[in-house]
Design a protein. Structure first.
Length: 242
């Protein structure tokens, strides 16, 4: 088994496993180091994450803590989130560095553009979620009526907020995945263009189902960019296939 050699990369199975261990070690070390940095920078990070709450309830955006462990739990969550978010460029790069040896030479030239595009789209998704979350809170508070006074538990608030940013960030990788499928000739731009009506319906339904806050504005903030990305991916696919 250890003598098995991949014809594309010229690496044995043992060398592949050693390479995977090396990439994983670099990734985990980076996440840990940046997680420690996020732990130290807990206060400014919390203030940034608190801004949508303050937007929804100006002058009244303090958190309500009912458990002595809530503060510690919150700081650990922010550390983990900060470590993963800040380390995402390294994580993506290490993933591509592991995958690249198995690709043909013509495919390897796309590694750096794909990493950069993945980072850009993920960051854009996180940003859209961040700036739309305050409006989502406005909607959720208005649904409950004006007789309710909102004091959020920080862990529940952060859990919903981080989930929304994560889903938006992953969803915004949609055009990168489509272009990769086009390059692999699994789908063709003409096929995607022919099916655009079904794609728009599917995107709208998916946005309605997977938007954590459930408000119409956040749903549209996810569905409209994904629809635009669908047609962008078709255009990029046509250019790359020329």
């Amino acid at each position: 088994m250890s003598r098995f050699r991949n014809a594309a990369s010229g690496m044995t199975l043992a060398e592949h496993l050693a390479e995977a261990r090396h990439r994983l070690l670099i990734s985990m070390t980076t996440v840990l180091a940046l997680g420690v940095a996020a732990f130290v920078l807990y206060s400014p990070i919390l203030r940034i994450l608190q801004q949508p709450y303050c937007h929804a309830t100006p002058g009244h955006c303090r958190f309500l803590v009912t458990n002595p462990l809530d503060g510690l739990t919150l700081r650990v969550k922010i550390s983990l989130f900060g470590g993963l978010l800040f380390a995402s460029p390294v994580l993506l790069w290490q993933t591509w560095r592991f995958v690249t040896p198995g690709l043909r030479a013509a495919e390897r030239r796309y590694a750096v553009p794909f990493v950069l595009a993945s980072l850009a789209f993920f960051g854009a998704g996180v940003a859209v979620a961040y700036f739309s979350f305050g409006h989502a809170l406005d909607f959720l508070q208005s649904i409950g009526g004006h007789s309710l006074v909102s004091y959020y538990n920080p862990n529940q608030y952060l859990g919903l907020f981080l989930l929304m940013m994560f889903i938006f960030g992953i969803a915004f990788e949609f055009p990168v995945v489509l272009v990769a499928l086009e390059l692999a000739r699994i789908v063709r731009p003409a096929q995607l263009l022919h099916a655009w009506r079904y794609a728009v319906i599917a995107i709208t339904i998916a946005a309605a189902v997977f938007t954590p806050s459930g408000d119409p504005l956040s749903m549209m903030a996810l569905a409209l960019p994904l629809t635009a990305f669908y047609f962008l991916a078709i255009a990029v696919g046509k250019i790359l296939h020329r």
